[in-house]
Write a protein that binds this ligand. Structure first.
Ligand SMILES: [Zn+2]
Length: 141
Protein backbone atom coordinates (compact mmCIF):
# COMPACT_ATOMS: atom_id res chain seq x y z
CA UNK A 1 0.00 0.00 0.00
CA UNK A 2 1.42 3.39 -0.90
CA UNK A 3 2.17 5.92 1.84
CA UNK A 4 -0.72 8.29 1.04
CA UNK A 5 -3.24 5.45 1.03
CA UNK A 6 -1.74 4.00 4.23
CA UNK A 7 -2.07 7.36 6.00
CA UNK A 8 -5.67 7.68 4.77
CA UNK A 9 -6.55 4.34 6.36
CA UNK A 10 -4.53 4.98 9.53
CA UNK A 11 -6.53 8.18 9.88
CA UNK A 12 -9.76 6.20 9.42
CA UNK A 13 -8.69 3.77 12.16
CA UNK A 14 -7.92 6.68 14.49
CA UNK A 15 -11.41 8.07 13.84
CA UNK A 16 -12.96 4.68 14.66
CA UNK A 17 -10.87 4.50 17.83
CA UNK A 18 -12.21 7.91 18.84
CA UNK A 19 -15.81 6.86 17.99
CA UNK A 20 -15.32 3.85 20.28
CA UNK A 21 -15.19 6.23 23.25
CA UNK A 22 -18.88 7.09 22.69
CA UNK A 23 -19.87 3.44 23.13
CA UNK A 24 -22.77 2.76 25.49
CA UNK A 25 -21.77 -0.67 26.80
CA UNK A 26 -22.63 -0.92 30.52
CA UNK A 27 -23.36 -4.67 30.29
CA UNK A 28 -20.32 -5.99 28.44
CA UNK A 29 -17.84 -3.14 28.85
CA UNK A 30 -16.85 -4.07 25.29
CA UNK A 31 -16.49 -0.85 23.34
CA UNK A 32 -16.49 -0.71 19.55
CA UNK A 33 -16.20 2.22 17.17
CA UNK A 34 -16.59 2.20 13.39
CA UNK A 35 -15.92 4.85 10.77
CA UNK A 36 -17.07 4.72 7.18
CA UNK A 37 -15.19 6.55 4.45
CA UNK A 38 -17.52 7.70 1.70
CA UNK A 39 -16.66 8.35 -1.93
CA UNK A 40 -16.93 12.10 -1.34
CA UNK A 41 -14.35 11.87 1.45
CA UNK A 42 -16.74 12.17 4.40
CA UNK A 43 -16.28 10.10 7.53
CA UNK A 44 -19.32 8.75 9.32
CA UNK A 45 -18.88 7.28 12.80
CA UNK A 46 -20.85 4.77 14.80
CA UNK A 47 -20.43 3.03 18.13
CA UNK A 48 -22.03 0.02 19.76
CA UNK A 49 -25.12 0.79 21.82
CA UNK A 50 -26.26 -1.83 24.33
CA UNK A 51 -29.66 -2.27 25.91
CA UNK A 52 -30.98 -4.11 28.99
CA UNK A 53 -33.00 -6.13 26.48
CA UNK A 54 -29.85 -7.54 24.88
CA UNK A 55 -31.49 -8.23 21.52
CA UNK A 56 -32.03 -4.50 21.10
CA UNK A 57 -28.27 -3.88 21.16
CA UNK A 58 -26.73 -2.42 18.00
CA UNK A 59 -23.17 -2.94 16.75
CA UNK A 60 -20.94 -0.01 15.83
CA UNK A 61 -20.62 -1.04 12.19
CA UNK A 62 -24.36 -1.16 11.59
CA UNK A 63 -24.87 2.05 13.58
CA UNK A 64 -22.42 3.78 11.22
CA UNK A 65 -24.00 2.32 8.10
CA UNK A 66 -27.55 3.21 9.17
CA UNK A 67 -26.37 6.70 10.05
CA UNK A 68 -24.78 7.06 6.60
CA UNK A 69 -27.96 5.89 4.90
CA UNK A 70 -29.99 8.26 7.08
CA UNK A 71 -27.76 11.08 5.84
CA UNK A 72 -28.58 10.14 2.24
CA UNK A 73 -25.65 7.90 1.29
CA UNK A 74 -26.48 4.97 -0.99
CA UNK A 75 -24.75 1.95 -2.50
CA UNK A 76 -21.97 3.35 -4.64
CA UNK A 77 -20.97 5.84 -1.95
CA UNK A 78 -19.07 3.51 0.39
CA UNK A 79 -15.30 3.21 0.04
CA UNK A 80 -14.06 1.70 3.31
CA UNK A 81 -14.96 1.00 6.92
CA UNK A 82 -12.57 0.84 9.86
CA UNK A 83 -13.58 -0.82 13.12
CA UNK A 84 -11.74 -0.66 16.45
CA UNK A 85 -12.68 -2.52 19.63
CA UNK A 86 -11.62 -2.49 23.26
CA UNK A 87 -11.11 -6.27 23.22
CA UNK A 88 -7.70 -7.85 22.68
CA UNK A 89 -8.72 -9.06 19.24
CA UNK A 90 -11.75 -8.29 17.20
CA UNK A 91 -13.65 -9.42 14.15
CA UNK A 92 -17.03 -8.11 12.89
CA UNK A 93 -20.07 -10.27 13.64
CA UNK A 94 -22.01 -12.05 10.91
CA UNK A 95 -24.90 -9.57 10.97
CA UNK A 96 -22.53 -6.67 10.34
CA UNK A 97 -20.73 -8.54 7.57
CA UNK A 98 -24.08 -9.20 5.87
CA UNK A 99 -25.07 -5.55 6.31
CA UNK A 100 -21.83 -4.28 4.77
CA UNK A 101 -22.22 -6.86 1.98
CA UNK A 102 -25.59 -5.33 1.08
CA UNK A 103 -23.81 -2.13 0.05
CA UNK A 104 -20.87 -3.82 -1.65
CA UNK A 105 -23.11 -6.04 -3.78
CA UNK A 106 -25.19 -3.09 -4.94
CA UNK A 107 -22.21 -0.97 -5.99
CA UNK A 108 -19.55 -1.71 -8.57
CA UNK A 109 -16.63 -1.24 -6.19
CA UNK A 110 -15.50 -3.34 -3.24
CA UNK A 111 -15.67 -1.92 0.27
CA UNK A 112 -12.35 -2.23 2.07
CA UNK A 113 -12.69 -3.32 5.70
CA UNK A 114 -10.07 -2.76 8.38
CA UNK A 115 -10.45 -3.98 11.95
CA UNK A 116 -8.38 -4.25 15.06
CA UNK A 117 -8.51 -4.75 18.80
CA UNK A 118 -6.19 -3.60 21.56
CA UNK A 119 -3.33 -5.78 20.30
CA UNK A 120 -3.04 -3.39 17.37
CA UNK A 121 -2.88 -6.18 14.79
CA UNK A 122 -4.85 -4.76 11.88
CA UNK A 123 -6.76 -7.13 9.64
CA UNK A 124 -7.50 -5.77 6.18
CA UNK A 125 -10.00 -7.27 3.77
CA UNK A 126 -10.25 -5.89 0.25
CA UNK A 127 -13.80 -7.15 -0.14
CA UNK A 128 -16.72 -8.48 1.86
CA UNK A 129 -16.40 -11.61 -0.21
CA UNK A 130 -13.22 -12.34 1.76
CA UNK A 131 -15.06 -11.94 5.07
CA UNK A 132 -18.39 -13.51 4.15
CA UNK A 133 -18.18 -15.97 1.30
CA UNK A 134 -21.61 -17.11 0.12
CA UNK A 135 -23.32 -14.11 1.74
CA UNK A 136 -27.03 -13.84 1.10
CA UNK A 137 -27.50 -11.85 -2.11
CA UNK A 138 -31.05 -11.45 -3.37
CA UNK A 139 -29.80 -10.55 -6.85
CA UNK A 140 -28.95 -14.26 -7.19
CA UNK A 141 -32.56 -15.37 -6.60
ZN1 LIG B 1 -21.90 -6.66 14.51
Amino acid sequence: MNTIKQEKYNSLLRAADKAKENSYSPYSDFKVGATILTKDGKRIDGCNVENAAYGSTMCAERAAIYKAVSLGYKPGDFEAIAIVSSGKNFSPCGACRQTIAEYEFKQSKNIEVFFTGETGNIVKANSLKDLLPFAFDNSLL
